[in-house]
Design a binder for this molecule. Structure first.
Ligand code: GAL
Ligand code: CA
Length: 359
């Protein structure tokens, strides 16, 4: 659950923070003792560790994190952010987290390279008592139990797949030409993100299940793993086209960059519009939304980076301000915050374009 997105969330958090600062100053001068007072800090220095900043969605999320943090800065509450990019190496990320702790960060925000391998980072943080907010790449549940100062902010992968499936159902039921060969089945391929990433497997599964549960008959022609990457997706798609030529009617991509890579492949081969499949993505990145606007991408699912950044930064502030502030946060399963996804089509894309986001 995230704070409200009408700007009220920010105002609310600022008020809560201001009240928290005041309360702490008062209690400190009255008794000057106890856990809350000793933990009270007037500075938030967030250390952010990205798995790979060349990832389009995460690059955009990084911009939102900086903006959100600036919103919290007041005369009495100083904010700072140090960012590191592991460029795909867990070993590099472990070293970077150590550097961030040594540099005095009082909260760590970690986008794990290997979501199954957070132990080293958890040990380093626990040793110096620096809480960790994992984001976007969800550690497995047992690892989240390693320490009580571990949190996760992200989104429900299954929801995004279901929404992508619903977008496909709507197109198939209302746009006869999706079933181009009119055999009553939809011939489809999937472009998948990294193997082992919660957003890859679950998105594919729930999109396909949603189509089936709406009575759509499917024929899976092929799939390709393209690691969220546009160039890799273009290559995978070229291979699939060479195998199946114009038989492919629907391309389900686990993210926008891969959907765009698939479109690139067809453009490279000079396919005419009438021979193109329908493409669906997830994320609503700037390039993804632009492609929806141009009707190249039939739809996408908005991965709410603004809400995720707001939740991460508010949680980070609450963690340094201590127990009183933490009570104001709303969690699922005690330490998880999941932000909702939203469907985007050519009819609604205007609401999601930068500066205009209105849902
Ligand atoms: C997903 C997102 C992908 C990619 C991935 C990285 O949530 O949809 O585009 O950024 O996270 O972990
Ligand atoms: Ca067909």
């Amino acid at each position: 659950m995230c704070l409200k997105k009408d700007g009220g969330g920010k105002r609310t958090m600022r008020k809560i923070l201001a009240a928290g600062m005041l309360l702490c100053v008062v209690t400190q001068s009255v008794c000057g003792c106890g856990r809350q007072q000793t933990e009270m800090e007037d500075q938030l220095h967030i250390g952010v560790a990205f798995y790979n900043q060349s990832d389009t969605f995460l690059d955009e999320l990084g911009v939102c994190l900086k903006e959100q943090l600036q919103e919290l800065e007041t005369e009495d509450f100083e904010t700072m952010m140090t960012i590191r990019d592991a460029a795909g190496s867990q070993r590099t990320q472990d070293d970077q987290v150590k550097e961030l702790i040594d540099a005095g960060c009082n909260v760590l925000c970690v986008n794990l390279v290997d979501r199954a391998d957070p132990s080293e980072i958890i040990d380093l943080a626990r040793e110096k008592d620096v809480p960790i907010i994992f984001f976007n790449r969800e550690p497995v549940a047992e690892d989240m139990m390693q320490w009580d100062q571990l949190y996760y902010v992200g989104a429900d992968a299954r929801q995004s797949g279901t929404m992508q499936g619903e977008l496909a159902v709507d197109l198939i039921q209302n746009r006869e030409q999706v079933d181009r060969n009119r055999d009553g089945k939809i011939q489809y391929v999937v472009l998948e993100g990294e193997a082992g990433h919660q957003d890859a497997l679950l998105r594919t599964e729930s999109a396909v299940d949603t189509l089936k549960s709406h009575g759509i008959v499917l024929e899976k022609l092929s799939y390709g793993i393209a690691n969220w990457n546009r160039a890799q997706a273009q290559n995978r798609m070229l291979q699939m086209i060479s195998q199946h030529q114009s038989k492919i009617e629907l391309v389900l991509a686990n993210n926008d960059d891969m959907a765009l890579g698939a479109i690139d492949a067809y453009e490279k081969l000079n396919y005419t519009a009438s021979a193109l499949p329908v493409f669906l993505g997830i994320d609503g990145t700037e390039v993804g939304l632009e492609a929806v606007l141009q009707e190249k991408l039939a739809g996408t699912v908005y991965n709410d980076k603004e809400a995720q950044a707001e939740a991460i930064v508010n949680l980070a502030a609450a963690l340094v301000l201590g127990e009183g502030m933490m009570e104001k946060m709303e969690f699922e399963n005690e330490r998880y915050i999941f932000c909702s996804y939203y469907k985007v089509t050519k009819d609604t894309v205007q609401n999601f374009l930068p500066q205009k986001k209105a849902y």
